[in-house]
Write a protein that binds this ligand. Structure first.
Ligand code: SAH
Length: 358
């Protein structure tokens, strides 16, 4: 793409980011804030080239099972937080979870992501038993857990039971900002410590932040990028903050598609072989948000395999999208969307590839 002279500076920064996989804090700020026409296309083109170098045209589908919306925490932004009396609560038992996995397996899924609130009903032993049952029945599948903060010993137990990956978004890399989004009983340091434990144990680890969360500044986003670069997670899940009507952030503005896709491109250039989902939140604020995410180098999508009757209850934010009543429908829908932007949906395990980029 031809770059007009007076617009060269941010475009040069994009070139530098591509070449050096890093920028100074000030330079990151310029890239995040740049409003030159054509800049996002320029950045996304580079990000796509990098993603295609490592992953070709493949987009990995992961089967998401939201197995409980009961939560002992009270994150201010979250619709299923403890103190929301209007959330209709549910939990799936081991048999129901295994049934979801079996249905997903028939559809071709080889990764199952078990996500939920921090629900004490699922003791360490129960989680370990669920993980080992899934692995026994489907030894060729990867199991990902996303059940929040636990002790190191618990994480070790799940790993020993066969869990391969763990998603725990850091939410924000700035401690003060973290404290504006969470009550005092939740600690930034503990969340970060959990991420380090997960890595030490040997999980493929995912972290990530909400984009446009209340009080977020460009400095916070720079800190997030700095953290991602240092921590080198195998996966980075980011999505726009979306208000939920039963939270204290009900009247806040949602994050934008534009900022989310820009950050996806930046993260791809920072961590070339990272697994990068186009998230449900992105598809919620824009009907073709996930397609835009794919074009900004996202390479993972997580269709929902939870039973239809509970899907509407896992309401982290307002208007959360759900595709059809059947898992099969969700897969068909996602496969079509992925093809519409020139990519190919695949269901194999799709482990993180480390091709000596680190
Ligand atoms: N209890 C687990 C899973 C949380 S739900 C944990 O603590 O990790 C998964 C993610 O949804 C959260 O990490 C958060 O980043 C996101 N989320 C929650 N509320 C949201 C909202 N209102 N808007 C956008 N994303 C939200």
């Amino acid at each position: 793409m031809e770059v007009p002279f007076e617009r060269a500076y941010p475009f040069e920064l994009a070139d530098k980011l591509e070449a050096e996989r890093n920028l100074t804090d000030k330079e990151f700020e310029s890239v995040i804030l740049c409003d030159y026409p054509g800049f996002d296309e320029y950045l996304a083109e580079k990000a796509r080239a990098v993603r295609e170098k490592y992953y070709g045209k493949k987009v990995y589908l992961r089967g998401l099972i939201e197995f409980t919306n009961i939560c002992k925490n009270n994150c201010y932004y979250c619709g299923i937080r403890r103190d929301n009396p209007n959330a209709e609560r549910y939990r799936l038992n081991e048999e129901q979870i295994l049934t979801c996995c079996a249905a997903g397996y028939e559809l071709g899924f080889r990764t199952f992501v078990l996500q939920g609130g921090e629900d004490p009903y699922y003791t360490d032993d129960l989680v370990a038993s669920i993980v080992s049952s899934i692995k026994e029945r489907h030894p060729d599948c990867a199991v990902t857990l996303s059940i929040g903060e636990r002790e190191k010993e618990s994480y070790q137990k799940f790993f020993d039971a066969g869990a391969d990956r763990y998603l725990l978004r850091h939410e924000t890399a700035d401690k003060e900002h973290y404290e504006m989004l969470h009550p005092a009983e939740l600690s930034f340091d503990h969340r970060m410590q959990c991420l380090r434990y997960l890595k030490e144990i040997g999980y493929q680890v995912g972290c990530g932040m909400m984009v446009g969360s209340p009080y977020q500044t460009v400095e916070h986003l720079v800190k997030d990028l700095r953290f991602l670069r240092e921590f080198e997670p195998e996966m980075v899940g980011i999505g726009p903050f979306i208000p939920h009507h039963d939270t204290q952030f009900a009247d806040r503005k949602a994050g934008t598609v534009g900022m989310t896709v820009r950050l996806l491109s930046i993260i791809r250039l920072l961590l070339p072989d990272v697994l990068l989902p186009a998230t449900t939140a992105l598809g919620t604020i824009d009907p073709i948000g996930r397609e835009k995410g794919l074009l900004a180098s996202a390479n993972v999508i997580m269709p929902n395999l939870s039973p239809a009757d509970v899907r509407k209850k896992y309401l982290l934010y307002d208007n959360k999208i759900t595709a059809g009543d059947e898992a099969a429908e969700a897969v068909r829908d996602m496969t079509k969307r992925i093809a519409s932007v020139g990519y190919e949906a695949v269901v194999d395990r799709g482990d993180h590839v480390s091709l000596g980029t680190k």
